[in-house]
Write a protein that binds this ligand. Structure first.
Ligand SMILES: C[S@@+](CC[C@H](N)C(=O)[O-])C[C@H]1O[C@@H](n2cnc3c(N)ncnc32)[C@H](O)[C@@H]1O
Length: 197
């Protein structure tokens, strides 16, 4: 699977890689609801959003399965003179505990990675996320909704994986505009807060 992602990055078949941080993330950071601390970008791609958070003062780790994406991300961090503020690692998000100390993360987000995982990997991801987030931490997820035979994440699965440990504080349905209307997919932004105990 990592080879597939490497190939798409090499071929630049990456319509999501706009270089622009989504307004949902910007609004959250500007709201001050997240203390400036440690952040985790799960499936960080070429690092646009990890670098944005470092510019806002966060100590950021970005993880991505694609070595090509990580090397592009490191190049971008160097040009932004933030290489020492953003840790960019090639790795599987389901193993995030390797790169984040338990209960240390104030803010985690996933823009388009989680919905690519197999169901069993999603469960491991959810358990690992709960282990690395601080109580009260915010987690934002952007995911496709299921559509025909295309992979996505439905509300029932979200509830099953996250209800116990998280409070859903926001849900906004939308379309995936950067693919163009013809191929657009239904998607949703979820904002969760990890329960205190
Ligand atoms: C649609 S892209 C989004 C990238 C980035 N979040 C952005 O918004 O530009 C999904 C990313 O998830 C990464 N990915 C897929 N499966 C992964 C896994 N198991 N562990 C880590 N990264 C993964 C891919 O390499 C790809 O960079």
């Amino acid at each position: 699977m990592s080879l597939w992602w490497d190939i798409v990055y090499w071929l630049k078949k990456t319509p999501w890689d706009t270089g622009v941080t989504p307004p949902e993330i910007v609004t959250m950071i500007d709201s001050g609801k997240v203390p400036v601390g440690r952040a985790l970008d799960l499936g960080c791609g070429t690092g646009t959003n990890a670098i944005y958070l470092a510019q806002k003062g966060f100590e950021v780790t970005g993880l991505d399965i694609s070595g090509r994406a990580i090397s592009l991300a490191k190049r971008k961090a160097r040009s932004a003179q933030l290489a020492d503020r953003v840790r960019l690692e090639r790795g599987d998000v389901t193993l995030m505990r390797r790169w984040a100390i338990g209960h240390s993360i104030d803010f985690a987000f996933d823009i388009g990675c989680f919905h690519n995982l197999e169901p069993e990997a999603r469960a491991r991801y959810a358990a690992a996320l709960t282990a690395v987030l601080k109580p009260g931490a915010i987690y934002m997820l952007y995911a496709f909704e299921p559509s025909g035979d295309q992979r996505g994440v439905g509300l029932d699965e979200i509830a099953k994986l996250f209800d116990r440990d998280y409070k859903l504080e926001g849900l906004r349905h939308g379309g995936d505009s950067h693919r163009g209307d013809r191929n657009s997919r239904k998607s949703a932004w979820y904002t969760f807060r990890k329960r205190e105990a």
